[in-house]
Design a binder for this molecule. Structure first.
Ligand SMILES: [Zn+2]
Ligand SMILES: [Zn+2]
Length: 269
């Protein structure tokens, strides 16, 4: 059995960056102890190619949703469709959805409408919502507080780069915070300080591959195996040994992402 020391909770295995060596890089991830990968959907219309990979590889799962930067092209997917598509056995999360005010690609009101629909789908399915939040801390906080007031839903603030306040609010509302290779960059001391403030049982790690490779591969194409470098760097920053930190983040993943069977249960790890 493939060991599951770590999980890559967020990558984009359907992207053309991986067309030439997808199977090999999934093998490299497994060899590095990355036993599960969640390949994240960025446009519902592209779900077939995300799902095809998840159907092909036992260790790959998928999400369903519209990235905020695609909200201008895809703002009419009803909650009922998201809920129906999420019933696929390998769809284990909703999203990624949220707000991205860094690029001017989709009007803010449309992003918010799409984000709120994904929240409704997460609430109904009980699948975690993968939240993309960039340069929109105050608005993400406003929406999370408002929507949580209507009924709790599981969520993770993915590739966290926002401020301390949003991390604290997210944790207070029951959410998880996921760190990518950015947390391992030399100039990310502020982000490591935020990570130190998040309770250990709410931290996830991810690659967001093909983007944001951690050192020593910074600037190159990222791949799920490299989540190990991020976990090692973050464990060090938190003063923890790697094994303890890896086990903790993997436990956290399976607690949040209940639809993914934990391969560590019932066998040696
Ligand atoms: Zn994202
Ligand atoms: Zn992503």
């Amino acid at each position: 059995m493939t060991p599951c020391i770590l999980v890559d909770s967020h990558c984009h295995l359907d992207f053309p960056d991986f067309d030439a060596d997808r199977e090999a890089l999934i093998g490299r991830a497994n060899a590095a102890g990355v036993g599960i990968m969640v390949s994240i959907c960025t446009q519902v219309i592209n779900r077939a190619r995300v799902l095809a990979i998840a159907e092909n590889f036992a260790c790959v799962f998928a999400s369903i949703g519209t990235h905020p930067l695609n909200a201008a092209d895809e703002d009419e997917v009803p909650v009922a469709d998201l809920v129906r598509l999420a019933a696929h056995p390998k769809v284990v999360a909703i999203g990624e959805a949220g707000l991205d005010f860094h690029y001017d690609r989709a009007p803010h009101d449309r992003q918010e409408r799409v984000f709120r629909r994904h929240i409704a789908a997460a609430r109904e399915t009980r699948l975690p919502l993968v939240i993309h939040a960039r340069d929109a801390d105050a608005d993400v906080e406003r929406i999370l507080v408002d929507e949580t007031g209507k009924g709790a839903f599981p969520f993770v603030l993915h590739c966290f780069t926002a401020g301390q306040r949003l991390a604290s609010v997210g944790v207070e509302l029951g959410g998880y915070v996921s760190f990518s290779g950015i947390v391992a960059f030399k100039n990310s001391a502020d982000l490591r300080a935020v990570a130190a403030s998040v309770p250990l049982d709410r931290i996830l790690v991810e690659t967001d591959a093909p983007y944001l490779a951690p050192p020593p591969n910074r600037g190159k194409r990222n791949e799920p195996a490299f989540v190990r470098d991020t976990a090692e760097a973050l464990a060090g920053a938190l003063g923890l040994d790697f094994d303890t930190f890896a086990r903790q983040t993997t436990d956290n993943f399976f607690r949040l992402c209940r639809k993914v069977p934990d391969p560590r249960v019932g066998g040696p790890t």
